[in-house]
Write a protein that binds this ligand. Structure first.
Ligand code: 5GP
Length: 172
């Protein structure tokens, strides 16, 4: 299980508004347009950038990913908490535009564990695995200065409980 399993469980357990990102990467089996991602063409993504409709965006492993601004703002205006599942370049941008955002880094228990997990994904090539491992090393190195908490993704239930405790902490 990866970061998205944790997010799916959080979506099930607490009434957060999940921000559905736009991406140019093709859907994986089982992914639903409008629920997991909004799947768009590179031209459509370019338009979102040009019209200033993204709160943040980044290129990750050759694909574009971005957070549509209006849905996040509408949910916040409604007084709801908003959950973004994004990578580190995007997290840096969120830190700039929303300094009070609570940022939690989900770390793999080890690089070997992450490799095993990526290898199990049928749609991930050997090249892709090496690229993702390199990115993960960089992300891990960037985490301490940028994130408020680091939660190790060793066991899903435990990691989710730890996140729920962070969200419930006094003073938040
Ligand atoms: P995947 O292709 O595996 O679903 O996602 C690749 C990476 O992009 C993951 O680290 C995921 O969290 C991140 N990601 C997903 N949506 C967004 C987004 O809107 N913005 C940014 N910056 N990263 C995203």
């Amino acid at each position: 299980m990866g970061k998205s399993t944790i997010v799916a469980e959080l979506r099930r357990r607490i009434p957060v508004h999940f921000s559905v990102s736009a991406t140019t990467r093709p859907p994986r089996p089982g992914e639903v347009d409008g629920f997991h991602y909004r799947f768009v063409t590179p031209e459509e993504f370019r338009d979102l950038i040009d019209r200033g409709e993204l709160l943040e965006w980044a290129v990750f492993n050759g694909n574009y990913y971005g957070t549509p601004k209006s849905a996040v703002e509408a949910a916040l205006d409604d007084g709801r908490d908003v959950l973004l599942e994004i990578e580190v370049q995007g997290a840096r941008q969120i830190r700039q535009v929303m300094p009070d955002a609570l940022m939690i880094f989900i770390a793999p228990p080890s690089m070997e564990d992450l490799r095993r997990r990526l290898e199990k994904r049928a749609d991930t090539s050997a090249e892709d695995i090496e690229a993702k491992l390199r990115i993960a090393e960089e992300e891990l190195a960037a985490a301490p200065g940028l994130f408020d908490h680091i939660v190790v993704n060793d066991e899903m239930e435990r990691a989710v409980d730890e996140i729920l405790r962070i969200l419930d902490a006094p003073g938040r």
